[in-house]
Design a protein around this ligand. Structure first.
Ligand code: PRP
Length: 217
């Protein structure tokens, strides 16, 4: 951990587009345009703040192990990784959706050994075991909706927003597992060592979230 810098790990893709305006309201602006660059590490307008752009599934790893002080990632990625190793002080209330099970419309899921496809292997395992169900988890990395259609799995565990992707593949949402939104996570040691600077940044981010919510209401 660099004691002089605050490194923020950001999730690339859709979340990034919504996070950058919030960061800007909180006073953190990348020193060059992130979208048009192949770079993965950026300086900012604040001399002690750096921004990393990585996959959401890698954000908890960087934060727990302390190579990033702060991370911004979906609650789905946090639940899948396990949320014990860091603090989760701020809900940015963006990229809101739900983790659900989904299956072909009308299909019975009573078979004794259900085949469940997901990229959220740990979440799926925990969910079905909490319901006392033995399942075979099939790990996929995307396009989960194809798995039941192609006979690979009986059902899936996936993110549902509008439900359009499910419907387009003859699937319907079944059980709710968790609400998902984008969260700020903080390395435990960094929170102690860089307390004032991190708290100040978190307060500014929370104020940016509150102002955005007030604007929406
Ligand atoms: C997510 C999810 C679904 C879709 C749900 O995919 O996996 O495919 O969004 O949205 P909807 O309910 O509004 O149709 P995403 O686009 O994030 O890409 P992914 O395939 O990498 O998960």
């Amino acid at each position: 951990m660099n004691p002089h810098k605050i490194v923020i790990a950001l999730t690339k893709g859709r979340i990034l587009e919504e996070v950058l305006p919030l960061l800007e309201k909180a006073g953190v602006i990348p020193s060059e345009e992130i979208g048009s660059s192949r770079k993965l590490l950026f300086d900012s307008n604040l001399p002690d703040v750096q921004l990393m752009i990585i996959r959401g599934s890698d954000v908890p790893t960087y934060v727990e192990l302390g190579s990033a002080d702060i991370g911004i990632a979906g609650k789905d990625m946090i639940l899948e990784y396990g949320s014990q190793g860091f603090y989760e002080p701020v809900d940015l209330k963006i990229a809101c959706c739900r983790l659900m099970t989904a299956a072909p419309v009308g299909a019975s899921l009573d078979s004794p050994r259900l085949r469940v496809a997901s990229k959220f292997v740990n979440i799926a395992k925990q969910y079905f075991s909490s319901r006392g169900r033995q399942v075979d988890i099939i790990k996929l990395n995307g396009a989960l909706e194809l798995a039941p259609l192609m006979g690979l799995a009986d059902c899936i565990v996936d993110i549902v927003d509008t439900g359009k992707t499910l419907r387009a593949h003859g699937l319907e949402p079944r059980d709710f597992i968790a609400d998902v939104s984008t969260r700020v996570i903080v390395n435990r040691a960094a929170m102690k060592i860089k307390h004032e600077r991190i708290q100040s940044l978190l307060q500014r981010l929370q104020a940016a979230v509150d102002a955005t919510s007030a604007g929406r209401a």
